[in-house]
Write a protein that binds this ligand. Structure first.
Ligand code: HEC
Ligand code: HEC
Ligand code: HEC
Length: 209
């Protein structure tokens, strides 16, 4: 009898707690905007807000109103698929922008290195081609070497998990360069097609039979 009574107390109080919880937490407060955390999925009307609304600049500052609005300044640049919707590599290559390489020296030229590093990826995902050229047009070797990457092919254990956590390529991609959602810009070297692999596999099967 005592055991039944304590069970009744336990389950009874759990039931009361559930009822109370569902009353005090309104559904719409929790689920109003399921994408609020995901800045990659903003509707076009909310992309590239003006400096006073972007959450980066201090809206109280007098200088904010003198900054050009991104939608105005980006309007003439080649379109990108995500991030701030500008293809900055094309903008640089096409001469639409001419960023200063050295803040203090307007005549300084970048040291451009044209060397691609191919990182083979297991499974069906295309291999990653890391291009030095497009990076060294903007960046100095010391932006990556040796703090982010040891300058030796294969010396770094790069993984998608650490990129998504904001390390390795993720130090910049998703922050100041195109975001991680654009898989095929990095995974750009297509491997053998599955059809040709199937052919090979069936040919091998025939040999072993
Ligand atoms: C945006 C980052 C970044 C910048 C900037 C950068 N590198 Fe690299 N570098 C890499 C990555 C990634 C690798 C490949 C490492 C690996 O495979 O583990 C690499 C590899 C190398 C290698 C090894 C090549 C090989 O075949 O073993 C050398 C040498 C190198 N970089 C020199 C430079 C020089 C010189 C500069 C400046 C002109 C430079 N890097 C700028 C990211 C960068
Ligand atoms: C220090 C910052 C930095 C790091 C680290 C970095 N990138 Fe980039 N990356 C850039 C910038 C800046 C651009 C040019 C702007 C843009 O495209 O958004 C760029 C552009 C690219 C492009 C575009 C080339 C094109 O032709 O469109 C590829 C591909 C790329 N990065 C791959 C990688 C990979 C793979 C890694 C890691 C091995 C990496 N990046 C690490 C800053 C970086
Ligand atoms: C900024 C460049 C970049 C982008 C964008 C990117 N990747 Fe990667 N990815 C890499 C690099 C670098 C590696 C490591 C390759 C290696 O050396 O093994 C990698 C590895 C992988 C691997 C192998 C397993 C692992 O976790 O290391 C998978 C699968 C993968 N990526 C899927 C994706 C998918 C899906 C997307 C798009 C949602 C994506 N990647 C976008 C650069 C990128």
């Amino acid at each position: 009898m005592k055991i039944i009574y304590t069970h009744f107390l336990l389950y009874g109080s759990m039931l009361i707690m559930l009822v109370v919880a569902s009353v005090i937490i309104p559904d719409n407060a929790l689920y109003a905007d399921p994408n609020a955390f995901n800045r990659l999925m903003k509707p076009p009307s909310e992309r590239n807000p003006s400096p006073a609304q972007d959450g980066i600049h201090d809206p109280e500052s007098a200088g904010v109103s003198s900054l050009q609005k991104p939608r105005q300044s980006f309007g003439a640049l080649p379109k990108g698929k995500s991030g701030n919707y500008v293809d900055w590599v094309k903008a640089l290559e096409g001469g639409d922008i001419a960023p200063r390489y050295d803040r203090d020296d307007p005549a300084a030229e970048p040291v451009i290195m044209d060397l691609n590093i191919v990182r083979e990826v297991k499974g069906s995902m295309p291999n990653v081609v890391y291009p030095h050229k497009q990076h060294t047009e903007w960046l100095d070797c010391s932006n990556c070497h040796p703090a982010i990457f040891i300058p030796q092919k294969g010396a770094n254990n790069i993984s998608m998990a650490s990129i998504l956590l904001g390390e390795q390529c993720g130090v910049c991609h998703g922050k100041v360069a195109f975001p991680v959602s654009e898989c095929r810009r990095c995974h750009s070297q297509v491997k053998q097609t599955t059809a040709s692999m199937d052919k090979k596999a069936s040919a091998q099967k025939e040999v072993t039979q």
